[in-house]
Design a binder for this molecule. Structure first.
Ligand code: S3P
Length: 166
């Protein structure tokens, strides 16, 4: 069986760019869980949070993860909150190698402060919110099979590191 390559990590850790580059180099399909959720719901992630709430989004996300985790030999770019349900990591690990792209809250803030589309960060103090969520989630992200340093602005380091470890 060909294992999936699964990327998890905080918003702005570079999962999407790294996933696309790995897909390109290995000629593998890249599956983006947020895109599947948006296609299925006919709404953006922001609209789903606003109209139906986060628990609804997490239910849809869990169903999508269960589905994509059954596939083989694909790169899976997961939304930053997938670790909030432990079943998600279980199913992803069963069929894949899970990589945590780890970047510090300060680096994350610098990367995403100009991007308006993340509902969880539409608050008066986004850096404070990032730090708080980061502290809560770090032990969950660290349950990945591999932890990859993603603090550098270039994605080359994480890409090479992941390719070395598969
Ligand atoms: C979320 C991360 C987002 C998206 C949603 C919730 C989170 O994905 O799924 O806004 O809880 O961390 P990205 O990590 O791709 O931004």
């Amino acid at each position: 069986m060909k294992k999936n390559i699964v990327l998890i990590g905080f918003m702005g850790s570079g999962k999407s760019k790294v996933a696309r580059e790995i897909g390109r180099r290995l000629k593998l399909e890249v599956v983006v869980t947020d895109d599947l959720i948006e296609a299925q719901e006919g709404q953006t992630v922001g609209q789903i949070f606003a109209s139906k709430g986060e628990p609804y989004f997490r239910d849809v996300e869990q169903a999508v993860i269960k589905d994509v985790a059954r596939r083989q030999g694909v790169v899976i770019d997961c939304g930053g909150g997938v670790v909030l349900r432990k079943e998600n990591l279980q199913v992803l690990k069963a069929n894949g190698i899970v990589f945590h792209l780890q970047a510090s809250p300060e680096v994350i803030y610098q990367r995403i402060k100009a991007e308006p589309h993340r509902p969880l960060l539409k608050v008066p103090d986004p850096l404070g919110r990032i730090k708080e969520l980061y502290q809560q989630r770090l032990p969950l992200y660290d349950q990945a099979d591999h932890i990859i340093d993603a603090n550098d602005a270039s994605i080359e380091g994480p890409v090479v590191e992941i390719l070395k470890r598969i």
